[in-house]
Design a protein around this ligand. Structure first.
Ligand SMILES: Nc1ncnc2c1ncn2[C@@H]1O[C@H](COP(=O)(O)OP(=O)(O)OP(=O)(O)O)[C@@H](O)[C@H]1O
Ligand SMILES: [Mg+2]
Length: 148
């Protein structure tokens, strides 16, 4: 477990950009925490870190968005509107097992039990502009986040 503090949206973006350097193809990052916690903001920075120059929008209504970045394809998912277990009826595996991609999943707790291996970031409110990001990992044989 590792904690980071962000004092602004810009800082959260930068944290996402830094974090992108730790990722390899086929990694899955679960993003958790309340509405407005900063999950999408973090993904914006992460996509920049991957060399993606386009726009990153919240996929709350579309469920998934794809960003063809230089380093890997990014699958940006938002499970907010899905009922627990409902992800089984969408083709979630198509995203998870894309060998050329990474998956960033907002409201990822809905799928957590289904996965053997993932990185997880929980966004906690510490004030209007202050967030704590709690980062952990599961199922990796090595400490993947130690250099963050
Ligand atoms: N330190 C911070 N980091 C990130 N966002 C912040 C911070 N301080 C304030 N904000 C504001 O909080 C909001 C975060 O929105 P964002 O869409 O990233 O959240 P989210 O976790 O994706 O929410 P949702 O669950 O609705 O998808 C933005 O309006 C942003 O300006
Ligand atoms: Mg969001």
């Amino acid at each position: 477990m590792l904690n980071k503090i962000s004092e602004s949206p810009a800082q959260t973006e930068l944290l996402g950009k830094d974090f992108s350097a730790l990722l390899d193809k086929q990694d899955v990052v679960l993003l958790q925490g309340q509405l407005g916690g900063g999950k999408t903001t973090f993904v914006k920075g992460l996509a920049k870190g991957f060399g993606y120059r386009g726009r990153v929008l919240s996929p709350s209504f579309t469920l998934a968005r794809k960003y063809p970045a230089k380093k890997a394809r990014i699958h940006h998912l938002d499970l907010y509107r899905l009922a627990q277990e409902e992800f089984k009826s969408i083709d979630i595996d198509g995203y998870l097992y894309d060998r050329q991609g990474v998956c960033l999943i907002e409201w990822g707790e809905k799928i957590e039990d289904y996965l053997d291996r993932y990185l997880k970031i929980v966004f906690l409110f510490f004030g209007p502009d202050k967030r704590k990001l709690m980062v952990s990992q599961k199922g990796y044989g090595r400490d993947k986040i130690k250099n963050w």
